[in-house]
Structure formats: C-alpha cells, structure tokens
Design a protein around this ligand. Structure first.
Ligand code: CA2
Length: 157
C-alpha cells in the first residue's frame, strides 16, 4: 500500500493557550482537542498529519523549510505572526505545495491590526472565524489538494 501524504499543521505563538482563556473569542477547545479531532479526520481521509506548535518565529521558519522535503501540504495558524512576519511569509512562499491558512477567530471582525495577514498572500486559501472546526475544513481541503496533485503527477508519468 502507498504511504499516505503527510500534512504539516503548524501553530504559532499563544495557540498553546487555546481553551484556557478568552473563550468568547477563541472557544473552549484546547489545542490538544484540535489535534485529536484532526488525527481522527486524517485517518478517514487517508492522510497523516504532523501537528506542531511553537512560540518562536525561527522555529516556525525551520519547520516550514522542513515541510519542503517532508510534506504534501501545510496548514498554518501563525497566530500573531500572521500580521507581522515577513520571514514566515517568505519561507511559505518558497514551498511548492498547497498552503491553507487557518484562524480560529474572524480576524476581519476584530482590531484593525489583525485584518492584514502576510500569510494570506501566499496561501491557497484562508479559513477564518469558524473556531476549531476551521482546522477540520482546512484538512479536508488539504487532503483533496494532495490527491489532486497525485493525479496530476500520475497523468504526466
Ligand atoms: O484567531 C486566530 O486563530 C489567531 O491566529 C489567534 C492569535 C491571534 O494573535 C491572531 O490575531 C488570530 C492568538 C492565539 C491565541 O491566543 C490566546 C491568548 C489567550 C487565551 C487563549 C488564546
């Protein structure tokens, strides 16, 4: 049996606090809950996820570079770095695999400084404001896009 495609799920600063505070904005689910839900959904979609969180910009950049060799797609919630980090944007721009951006909250309905995301410019699509469910939708989309890429490669051969 062929090895399933690996989808990197990268989470940025403060997302380790999900579910512990500010439930009105971020909901009640923890990042561990999100990971478990995604693992279940990944099995059903015949893909594997590699789920990570870091509070450090450079570590996120290192992981994005690692994705170049190991992943078939990247799902990323870069947290506050979405609005500030050219380094993360540049690392993502160098990938030739689908990138899906996720935000738990609706960044367009919040403070003005959250309305711009550098990640959106290099992402295939963005899912915002749907809470933890957004990660599951991103996984469905990434899994479909991976399969599409597989089909295209099969046609070329
Ligand atoms: O809505 C999102 O997913 C965000 O990426 C979450 C980030 C925020 O900086 C972005 O603008 C939008 C914040 C991460 C969660 O921070 C928490 C802080 C306290 C309690 C719970 C979560």
């Amino acid at each position: 049996m062929a090895t399933p495609p690996v989808i990197f799920v990268l989470n940025g600063p403060n997302l380790n606090l999900l579910g512990s505070r500010e439930p009105r904005i971020y909901g009640n689910q923890t990042l561990d809950d999100v990971k478990s839900m995604m693992e279940e959904r990944a099995k059903a979609a015949s893909v594997r996820i590699d789920f990570r969180q870091s509070n450090h910009e450079g570590e996120l950049v290192d992981w994005i570079q690692e994705a170049m060799a190991k992943a078939s797609a990247v799902i990323i919630n870069a947290g506050g770095y979405s609005h500030t980090s050219i380094a993360i944007r540049d690392a993502l721009a160098s990938l030739q695999i689908p990138i899906i951006e996720v935000h738990v909250s609706n960044i367009h309905a919040r403070e003005h400084f959250r309305r711009q995301s550098f990640i959106s410019q290099v992402a295939r699509g963005s899912i915002v404001g749907l809470g933890a469910f957004g990660y599951l939708l991103a996984l469905d989309a990434a899994a479909q896009l991976c399969k599409g890429a597989g089909k295209a490669a099969a046609k070329i051969q």
